[in-house]
Design a protein around this ligand. Structure first.
Ligand code: UDP
Length: 202
């Protein structure tokens, strides 16, 4: 089995490298007209706790196509399952760099939504500096109303983005990720990313 259930959440048993392979194969599938966009989110202690208490959030997490083990507590819990253990913690702030390198090499385009305007702008500038070959085709802050989502999705679609990095705070970001996925048939992944922009902005 490829997943292990932790606190009710089916978490993928993938290493950082395998996550990159998954992204690339999903991207190729979309490119050849066979694939469907995915919501990819993460689990850590906070997520497990919210999942237990917030039914809307629970439904959104269960509807995600993949869940990555972002927190060490989730990896440790999986070790009780012996051979079903998750191979390693894949924190978004680390894995983002793996994804950025893979995207630079293969030509996947990133769109980055989340955090305050200042943090988002600074984070994207840092990313462009670190990965000059990476195509970051759009960015915006993470403060918008549900009614604005269709207009924002139109901009994302027009940019030709392959990966939409989305950080608008939990629990809302997983629900919003599904709305974007529905509106973006050519995007490979809507990937929730929590505090990534603040982390990158430093
Ligand atoms: N955030 C956002 N829009 C919102 C709420 C939060 O862009 O409406 C951003 C916030 O600026 C931060 C990230 O989402 O960069 C994570 O926010 P927070 O720490 O509140 O959420 P958590 O870490 O608990 O998911």
């Amino acid at each position: 089995r490829t997943k292990v259930v932790i606190g009710g959440i089916p978490v993928e048993r993938l290493s950082a490298g395998e996550w990159c392979e998954q992204l690339l194969s999903d991207w190729r599938a979309i490119g050849s007209g066979h694939g469907r966009p995915k919501v990819v989110t993460t689990a850590n202690g906070q997520v497990v706790s919210l999942f237990a208490t917030d039914p809307v959030y629970r439904k959104a997490v269960l509807a995600a196509d993949h869940v990555a083990a972002d927190g060490m507590s989730v990896v440790k819990a999986s070790r009780w399952r012996g051979r079903e253990a998750i191979p390693e913690r894949v924190s978004t702030t680390d894995w983002f760099h793996d994804a950025a390198r893979a995207a630079s090499e293969h030509g996947l385009k990133f769109y980055m939504i989340g955090a305050t305007e200042e943090a988002n702008e600074r984070a994207v500038a840092r990313v462009r500096e670190m990965y000059p070959k990476l195509q970051v085709v759009g960015r915006r802050n993470g403060y918008f109303k549900d009614e604005e989502i269709p207009a924002i999705a139109e901009q994302v679609a027009a940019s030709g983005a392959d990966v939409l990095w989305l950080a608008v705070g939990n629990p809302r970001q997983v629900v919003v990720a599904h709305r974007f996925k529905t509106l973006l048939p050519r995007v490979t992944w809507v990937r929730t990313c929590g505090g990534l922009f603040d982390f990158l902005a430093g």
